[in-house]
Design a protein around this ligand. Structure first.
Ligand SMILES: [Zn+2]
Ligand SMILES: [Zn+2]
Length: 261
């Protein structure tokens, strides 16, 4: 941190630093799932039997690079004055881990709440047809499809991601940590695989890949599962009924086949 602070300006760190960090985390965590799908490795953990064609995967990557440069980077540059105004700093000392943890938990809860309602609005007829259908082009999602969306949606739902930090003016390190965990979380939700070590197995309140994959494979009016991180928003507002029914059916089948054996 000392090195970063003395060698780069605040603006360079907050805008370009954030951009490069985001690109690295996003592509490093998302690309392995492309190769996993192509090679057919760990296929017993794949949620859907269907695979994406290399052409579809490549289309996703080229669009992403374009959107990241033309949408994400300008957003980072233009939101910089807001973060500064709210008290964001990159100087030493670093904040205490308690402050960092409280802020990140608050960002997750706030993001999930705003995302849930924003996502439901995107599933209304007009907005779905003209905006959100782009994200749903991939009915069999893979890690990188997490950020594949119409530019208007990137702005609209990106607002949910930066709202928490914009309100609290955190230390730049906290902002970076939030960005890293949020990217890893959304890549995991779209990865298309449910592993025995998947986070949702240990934290039932967390949605994860199985939860969001269901949202992608069903018709846009029937899917439900609108929340980004947790499962309680859909549970409270009854938009997870189809998913719960399917899960109950599946576990019923498992019990039945267990008895036969
Ligand atoms: Zn959707
Ligand atoms: Zn999605």
């Amino acid at each position: 941190m000392q090195y970063l602070v003395t060698h780069f300006s605040d603006f360079q760190l907050a805008c370009l630093g954030s951009f490069f960090l985001h690109e690295s985390v996003f592509f490093l965590s998302g690309l392995p799932f492309i190769y996993l799908e192509r090679a057919g490795w760990l296929s017993k953990y794949k949620i859907q039997p269907k695979n994406n064609t290399p052409a579809a995967q490549e289309k996703c990557i080229t669009r992403l690079v374009l959107y990241h440069l033309c949408v994400n980077l300008p957003v980072m540059i233009f939101s910089y004055p807001v973060f500064r105004f709210m008290g964001m700093q990159s100087s030493l000392p670093l904040p205490s881990w308690k402050t960092v943890l409280t802020q990140i938990i608050f960002y997750f809860i706030l993001e999930d709440f705003v995302f849930y309602w924003g996502h439901r609005v995107l599933h209304t007829k007009w907005l779905y047809k003209h905006v959100h259908s782009v994200h749903h082009e991939y009915a069999t999602p893979f890690g990188l499809t997490s950020e594949y969306a119409h530019p208007a949606e990137i702005l609209f739902l990106g607002f949910a991601t930066i709202l928490g930090p914009a309100l609290t003016g955190p230390h730049l390190m906290t902002l970076w940590l939030w960005m890293v965990v949020r990217v890893l979380e959304t890549v995991e939700a779209h990865c298309g695989y449910h592993f025995p070590w998947s986070f949702s197995n240990f934290l039932p309140i967390y949605g994860g890949a199985d939860f969001h994959d269901y949202h992608h494979r069903l018709l846009y009016t029937k899917s439900g599962n609108y929340a980004s991180t947790f499962v309680y928003m859909d549970w409270i507002f009854g938009t997870d009924k189809g998913y719960r029914k399917l899960k109950a059916l599946k576990s019923g089948h498992m019990e039945d086949s267990g008895k036969e054996m």
